[in-house]
Design a protein around this ligand. Structure first.
Ligand SMILES: [Zn+2]
Length: 170
């Protein structure tokens, strides 16, 4: 990424809940797998799978989201922050984003967001998940969370194991 592709300061962060400073994203339709990875890392990542570019730009501006896209044509829009993804492989794409936007990867941030819906996860009591997760998971995990949209159950191992695999590739 060349600096001039970012009309606004790259380092500008959006303050959400408490003191956590995070960057938010909107990804174009070629980047669905990358969106899931960013959610695993705890980032708010909207997957925009339509072709309406002006709507995409409006959403990005309204929510202060960085646009991640494979299309360099997007850079004709002014006032947006975007990163053109040059890699084909999803692990390399994620490595590009982490490096060029200087993202932090922390274990306690990797258990915040539904990988499918981008929704913030809510804590669920252990005794409420007994019949919904594999017995081994129930025995070995202390903390469970659920997605208020799709109702899937998550536990720390699901996310952090994937992140550790990814970190090895960096
Ligand atoms: Zn969900």
């Amino acid at each position: 990424m060349r600096k001039e592709e970012f009309p606004l300061p790259v380092g500008e962060r959006v303050r959400v809940r408490g003191d956590r400073l995070v960057m938010k994203f909107i990804l174009t339709k070629e980047l669905g797998r990358l969106a899931r990875w960013l959610r695993i890392l705890g980032y708010d990542a909207i997957y925009y799978d339509k072709d309406d570019r002006s709507r995409l730009v409006m959403t990005a501006l309204r929510d202060k989201r960085v646009i991640l896209t494979r299309s360099s044509r997007m850079s004709k829009f002014t006032g947006i922050r975007m990163l053109c993804i040059t890699e084909d492989d999803v692990e390399k794409q994620l490595a590009q984003v982490v490096k060029e936007l200087d993202l932090n990867i922390e274990e306690d941030k990797t258990f915040l967001r539904c990988v499918d819906c981008n929704e913030s996860l809510a804590v669920i009591k252990k005794n409420e998940v007994k019949d919904k997760v594999p017995p081994y998971v129930f025995e070995t995990q202390k903390e469970f969370k659920t997605c208020p949209v799709c109702n899937k159950i998550f536990w720390k191992g699901t996310h952090w194991q994937l992140v550790k695999e990814f970190l090895k590739c960096l």
